[in-house]
Design a protein around this ligand. Structure first.
Ligand SMILES: Nc1ncnc2c1ncn2[C@@H]1O[C@H](COP(=O)(O)OP(=O)(O)OP(=O)(O)O)[C@@H](O)[C@H]1O
Ligand SMILES: [Mg+2]
Length: 320
């Protein structure tokens, strides 16, 4: 089983002066898995990805990548590719020349290095001869992924790879990552977008202030039994509000109009209490025109978990 692990991290801690960027982080990523890292700004995602790429070393803890323990040297472990904070490119070279320079640096034959194929895969074949100086963020991100593809990595580490991508670019990147994973490459990526994570990742790790607050399958995160905010549009908002205020298991948030005047009613409830409310509304002759969660179940779980971690950390700080 362990031989299938692309990443095995245990108790990883990393500080920058007084700032504890990672605090006892465990991470398991299996072969061929796309694993998402999520968390608020400053949670430690980039720091963790930097350790995986060999750009920094942990202060303590054990890290094994592709079955090899990572020592204290700053070097990319073999079989690993990726980038942080956007890829480093030569602005005066074209997309193709950038990839050729990279292949040459590695000592590869630039004619057979798979440059055309990599450009094609990320949807940049049409701009292969353009200088990267004029590339948008999304194009640079995609060229970075093409560069990573040249080395046929067994582990791909990407910091916010879908940032700045237009829908077509996103489709290319999603396609490349899912194909690589199907072929056995493990992928670890960070993202702030739940829709990307839902589309790509089988497992996610949520970090908040350097600690893991959840790690596991996405389905498990969404299915956590918690109250959600729902937005209701009815034929009689005023009467619906009065009925909801007296219904068991239904809570009205401070702004129960969802910031949209009287027409919308926002209620917080578990699904069974919401079902009862809908039945009562209809029985009272109030028509339901729209019903949907204010946040997706995943987003709601994410917000609840990270908010809880923030509150716990504040309480610890003030000794309460
Ligand atoms: N080189 C550094 N020197 C000092 N502090 C750092 C350094 N790198 C990161 N930090 C601090 O470590 C913490 C984690 O930062 P990190 O960049 O890993 O967060 P992140 O989850 O990637 O955030 P974001 O979503 O904004 O990209 C932050 O408090 C940050 O200020
Ligand atoms: Mg970051």
């Amino acid at each position: 089983m362990d031989s299938q692990l692309a990443i095995r991290a245990r108790g990883i801690t990393k500080c920058f002066g007084d700032v504890v960027a990672l605090d006892g982080v465990d991470l398991h990523v299996t072969q061929g898995q796309i694993h998402g890292l999520v968390g608020p700004n400053g949670a430690g995602k980039t720091t963790l990805l930097g350790l995986l790429l060999g750009l920094a070393v942990a202060d303590s803890g054990r890290l094994e990548i592709l079955g090899t323990p990572v020592g204290r040297a700053f070097e990319a472990p073999g079989g690993v590719a990726g980038f942080l904070d956007g890829p480093g490119l030569y602005p005066s070279l074209t997309a193709r020349q950038n990839l050729a320079a990279l292949a040459a640096l590695r000592g590869d034959d630039t004619r057979s290095a798979g440059i055309d194929d990599a450009l094609e895969q990320v949807g940049l074949a049409d701009v292969a001869e353009d200088r990267t100086r004029g590339f948008s963020l999304g194009m640079r991100q995609r060229l970075g992924l093409a560069a990573a593809l040249l080395s046929t990595p067994r582990l791909l580490v990407l910091d916010e790879p879908c940032n700045g991508l237009d829908p077509a670019g996103k489709k290319h990147v999603h396609g490349v990552l899912t194909r690589l994973a199907r072929e056995g490459t493990s992928v670890v990526l960070s993202s702030h977008r739940m829709d990307d994570l839902e589309a790509l990742c089988s497992e996610v790790t949520i970090l908040a202030t350097g600690r893991i607050v959840f790690s596991g399958p996405l389905g498990k995160l969404a299915a956590e039994n918690r109250e959600l905010d729902y937005r209701l549009v009815t034929s009689d908002p005023e009467r619906a509000r009065r009925l909801a205020a007296g219904a068991p298991g239904i809570h009205l948030p401070d702004d129960a109009t969802g910031g949209q005047g009287g027409a919308v009613l926002v209620v917080r409830a578990l699904v069974p209490a919401l079902d009862d409310l809908v039945v009562r509304l209809v029985r009272d002759g109030i028509a339901l025109r729209e019903l949907r969660p204010v946040f997706s179940p995943l987003e709601a779980a994410f917000l609840a978990l990270t908010e809880q971690q923030k509150t716990d950390a504040e309480h610890q700080e003030t000794g309460r």
